[in-house]
Design a protein. Sequence first.
Length: 52
Amino acid sequence: MAWFWGNDEDGTYEDAQSRAWLGVRFPWDAEDGLVLGDRIADHVHTSTLRKL
C-alpha cells in the first residue's frame, strides 16, 4: 500500500502526528519538532548551501 500527499508538508505532518497516536510521543513534541526542523532547514539552506 502506498500513500501520496499533495506536498511534502502534508506527509511530514502526518508522519509526526502518527508518533503521538502510537503513544511514542506527545502531540506537542511533534509540533515543536516540525517547527525546529523547518528552522534548521532554513538556516542550512541560507548559510551552508551554495549554487553550483
